[in-house]
Design a protein around this ligand. Structure first.
Ligand code: PLP
Length: 387
């Protein structure tokens, strides 16, 4: 059997801490390694595979479009892109304009640039524990020192307030502020949902000061939290919305949705070679259709409520708290999560951390009841004495 691990170890950048598994195939919420061992996927490629792996509608859309037209810059019109833009803006009423790109960090980076252009200001208020990506602007908004420090000096003008602290956000936003940038549920930061009061305070502060409210739904978007968009839980009306991850059924794509408080964006101010390409657009259209036809947000709401309830019943002295929204679930431990993630993997469940002490579960929204039971059983085993 070919030794893919050795080959990757020799040639990879070295930037990734590797799991010792060679994944070669997926279907629904299952993954298989090179030896044919099956895993239940509670990572979904860091929240990308909301529709599960190898969804036939996505495979068909990609194959069909690949035979027609893969690339077409946004300087030309295109049928797939036009349909996708219309569809995306229908999901977030009021956000009529769409900038298409290829990843979450690009969607955030664009929103930050648009906020500067629109307001003529350069200060940005973000949150402690927030994560927004790794390019220089998005990284400047990201909180974790470990990600930031090696690359300092970062973009000036960014400040971080405690999440869910309404007073702090009201105080931090001024008439120098270009934008407030927040997640609705902090994912990487430990699965912390926002309180409604905090988001209202952020909205008020932006309206009063002329700053723009940018909501980062890169991880929470597309059914993950039990609604198509997590802003629907709060009746929140951002000026810009950043999307990516599961938007195109697994193909790379990001999007920044833009509202009327953002000034006109002139030709040439920003662009992306691959942004809005017909292949990713066709995949995204198919993905959005599947999400609506299979009612995936509702499925996530029901399965997530069940999962959280079952996890809260696990009698383990290791667990500090189980929290989450929809199928975005965090199990905060009283100690480091890494050994328990490894033990879970040995029991055939792949999950991911959020910070040092949280086990994060982001399964495909199509995960079955039987698979959820296996996940709960594996967690119970590793978090109690017989682990
Ligand atoms: C909330 C949030 N914003 C931005 C990003 C960056 O996305 P990408 O890795 O596609 O650049 C992530 C990635 O995990 C994220 O969770």
């Amino acid at each position: 059997m070919a030794n893919f691990m050795a080959v990757e170890d020799r040639h990879s950048s070295g930037l990734y801490a590797k799991h010792e598994i060679v994944l070669v195939r997926g279907l629904g919420a299952c993954l298989w390694d090179q030896q044919g061992r099956e895993y239940i996927d509670c990572m979904a490629g860091h929240g990308v595979a909301n529709l599960g792996h190898a969804h036939p509608a996505i495979a068909q859309a990609i194959a069909g479009q690949a035979k027609r037209l893969i690339t077409c810059p946004e300087t030309f019109y295109n049928d797939q892109r036009a349909a996708l833009m219309e569809k995306l803006s229908s999901l977030a009423p009021g956000l009529e304009r769409v900038y298409l790109c290829n990843s979450g960090t690009e969607a955030v980076e664009a929103a930050l640039k648009f906020a500067r252009l629109s307001t003529g200001r350069s200060q940005v208020v973000a949150a402690m524990r927030g994560f927004h990506g790794r390019t220089m602007g998005a990284l400047s908004a990201t909180w974790n020192k470990h990600y930031r420090q090696p690359f300092e000096p970062l973009v000036p003008g960014f400040s971080h307030i405690p999440y869910n602290n309404s007073q702090a956000i009201s105080k931090a936003v001024s008439n120098q502020t270009a934008a407030v940038l927040l997640e609705v549920v902090q994912g990487e930061g430990g699965v912390h949902p926002a309180e409604a009061d905090f988001l209202q305070a952020a909205t008020r502060a932006c309206r009063q000061s002329g700053a723009l409210l940018i909501i980062d739904e890169v991880q929470t978007g597309f059914g993950r939290t039990g609604k198509m968009l997590a802003i629907e839980h709060y009746d929140l009306a951002p000026d810009m919305l950043c999307l990516a991850k599961s938007i195109a059924g697994g193909l790379p794509m990001g999007a920044t949705l833009i509202g009327p408080r953002v000034a006109n964006l002139a030709p040439g101010m920003h662009s992306s070679t691959f942004g809005g390409n017909p292949l990713a657009s066709a995949a995204a259209l198919a993905a959005l259709q599947v999400m609506q036809q299979e009612n995936l947000p509702q499925q996530a709401a029901e399965k997530g409520a069940y999962l959280i309830e079952r996890l809260r019943r696990i009698d383990s002295a290791l667990i500090r708290e189980v929290r989450g929204v929809g199928l975005m679930v965090g199990i905060e431990l009283k100690q480091k999560a890494a050994p328990y993630l490894r033990a879970l993997e040995q029991r055939g469940v792949i999950a991911l951390p959020a910070g040092m002490t949280v086990i994060r579960l982001l399964p495909p929204l199509v995960i079955t009841q039987a698979q959820l039971e296996r996940v709960v059983a594996a967690l119970e085993a590793v978090l109690t004495a017989d682990g």
